[in-house]
Design a protein around this ligand. Structure first.
Ligand code: UDP
Length: 409
C-alpha cells in the first residue's frame, strides 16, 4: 500500500464560514479524542469523490488533534477492470462473478496486506476495492468501519453476497443513505453524507484573473450561455443524455454552449472507452467542449466552469451522492440533476434546482432556468445556504468524530 501525502488544513480557517456552534462542537468532540490513531484506505489518491474528500478530511483530522493516515492500495489494470465491474454490478448491472474473478481479487488483496491494523485505533476502508483486506491483515484491537460510497440498494446479488462475506470483519458500516446498506449484514449502521471543502481550489472564491485564465482554458465564450456537467466518463453519469438535452435546448437557445468535463481516474479503465465513444457522439458541434484533466483542466478550471455556467447538470442514472451537485450549488449555480441516489438529498425541487427522470424533463427545467436570470439567482442563493448547513467538510468531520467516539467508547 502507498501512503498519500496531503496538504495542510486548519479548522480555524472555517470559522467565518460555518456556524459558531458547529465549530465548538468539533472542538469539544476532538478534545476527547486527542491522539486517536486513524487510518483511511481507498483505491486512488486522485479522481472521483472519495479522493476529493480525503484530501481535506485527513489533514483536518490531524489539525484537530487526531493522528490520521491515508493509504491507497496497489493493483493491476486487470484488478481495476474487475473492481469497476464490481462497482457497476453493485449499482445493479447484470454481470457474473466467476471463480477466476475471486482469485484475482483475493490475490491483489493479499498483496495489499502489508499493513498492521494493530497500530491504529480506527481503520476506515472505503468502497469495494480494499473491502477484503481485514480478512487477510492483522486486525489487532483496531475498530474497523467500511465506508461504502456507492448506491448498493438494488445490487447484483452475487456480487453483493461476495461483499457481504467480509462484513463480519467490520464493526460498523457507513453509507450516504441507510437504505443503501439494504442487504448487508452489518452490526452498526451510520448514515453520513459526503461533503465539499469550501476552501479548496475546487470551491473557493476565484480571483478575476483566475476566472479569465480559466475561460481561456475552457475555450468558452463568456458572453454566451453555458451549461456544464462535470463527471467521470461513466455510463451511469449519462453524458449522452446531457448531449441530447443540450441538442433539444439548442433549438431555442442557438447561442448555448455545453461543457462536458471529465477526469481520468487511475482506478477507472472504462473511462477511455466512454470518452472516445462520447467524442463520436458529440461529432462536429464546436459549441460542445469535451475536456479532461489531460487538457490541463484542474480544480480551478472546474471551479470556474461551475461558477460561470448558467445551469449545471448532473443527469446521473445511478449515483452514490454526486459531490458535483453541492460544488455547483456552493457557487450559487442552480442544478438540474437526476432523481437518483444522493442527488435528492441536495436538490429540493423548485428551490435550488430540479430533479429529473428523463432527457425531456432535463430539457424542460434547464430551458426554464436559461430563460429566467432572476429565478437562477434566487435558486443559486438558496442552494448555497443548503450546502452551508448540510454538506460542508466541517459537518462531515463532526460526523466522523462522533462515529469514532462511539467505536472506541
Ligand atoms: N471531478 C473533477 N474533474 C473532472 C471530473 C470530476 O475534478 O473532470 C471531481 C468533481 O469535481 C468531484 C469528484 O471529481 O469533486 C466527483 O465526485 P462525485 O461524487 O460527483 O462522483 P464520483 O466520481 O465519486 O462518482
Amino acid at each position: 500500500m502507498l501512503k498519500v501525502h496531503t496538504g495542510s488544513r486548519s479548522i480555524k480557517d472555517y470559522t467565518g464560514i460555518i456556524p459558531h456552534a458547529e465549530f465548538e462542537k468539533i472542538l469539544s468532540l476532538s478534545n476527547k479524542l486527542k491522539g486517536l490513531k486513524v487510518l483511511h484506505i481507498n483505491a486512488t489518491a486522485f479522481g472521483g469523490g472519495v479522493a476529493e474528500i480525503l484530501h481535506t478530511l485527513v489533514p483536518l483530522m490531524n489539525d484537530v488533534g487526531l493522528s490520521a493516515d491515508w493509504k491507497v492500495i496497489e493493483g493491476t489494470q486487470e484488478f481495476f477492470e474487475l473492481t469497476k465491474r464490481m462497482h457497476n454490478a453493485l449499482q445493479g448491472k447484470e454481470d457474473d462473478l466467476t471463480e477466476k474473478d475471486i482469485e484475482l481479487f483475493m490475490n491483489i488483496t493479499r498483496k495489499n496486506s502489508d499493513v498492521n491494523f494493530g497500530e491504529y485505533d480506527v481503520v476506515v476502508i472505503h468502497d469495494p476495492q480494499p473491502v477484503a483486506i481485514p480478512a487477510v491483515a492483522n486486525k489487532g484491537s483496531a475498530k474497523l468501519a467500511w465506508r461504502c460510497h456507492i448506491d448498493t440498494s438494488t445490487p447484483n446479488k452475487k456480487f453483493m453476497a461476495f461483499i457481504n462475506s467480509f462484513m463480519k470483519h467490520y464493526d460498523a458500516g457507513i453509507f450516504t443513505l441507510k437504505r443503501y446498506a439494504g442487504q448487508l449484514s452489518i452490526e452498526r449502521l451510520y448514515e453520513i453524507p459526503p461533503s465539499i471543502d469550501p476552501l479548496s481550489d475546487k470551491n473557493r472564491e476565484l480571483t478575476q484573473e483566475e476566472l479569465k485564465k480559466s475561460i481561456e482554458k475552457l475555450k468558452i465564450d463568456p458572453n454566451r450561455p453555458v451549461i456544464t456537467q462535470v463527471s467521470r466518463f461513466d455510463p451511469w453519469k449519462d453524458p449522452k443524455g446531457v448531449v441530447d438535452t443540450y441538442r433539444n435546448l439548442k433549438k431555442n437557445h442557438p447561442e448555448l454552449q455545453l461543457l462536458l468535463i471529465g477526469s481520468m481516474a487511475t482506478d477507472d479503465p472504462e473511462g477511455w472507452e466512454i470518452y472516445e465513444d462520447l467524442l463520436r457522439y458529440v461529432g462536429m458541434d464546436y459549441d460542445i467542449k469535451v475536456l479532461t484533466n489531460l487538457n490541463s483542466i484542474g480544480n480551478i478550471e472546474v471551479n470556474a466552469a461551475q461558477k460561470l455556467s448558467q445551469v449545471v447538470l448532473q443527469k446521473s442514472l445511478r449515483e452514490g451522492f454526486a459531490l458535483t451537485v453541492s460544488e455547483a450549488l456552493w457557487k450559487g449555480t442552480p442544478v438540474v440533476g437526476g432523481n437518483v441516489g444522493g442527488i435528492p438529498l441536495q436538490i429540493i425541487q423548485g428551490v435550488n434546482g430540479y430533479l429529473v427522470n428523463s432527457v425531456e424533463e432535463a430539457t424542460k427545467y434547464t430551458d426554464m432556468l436559461l430563460k429566467d436570470p432572476i429565478l437562477r439567482e434566487k435558486m443559486g442563493n438558496k442552494g448555497k445556504e443548503i450546502v452551508r448547513n448540510k454538506f460542508l467538510i466541517t459537518r462531515h468531520l463532526k460526523d466522523y468524530l462522533e462515529l469514532f467516539r462511539d467505536l472506541v467508547r
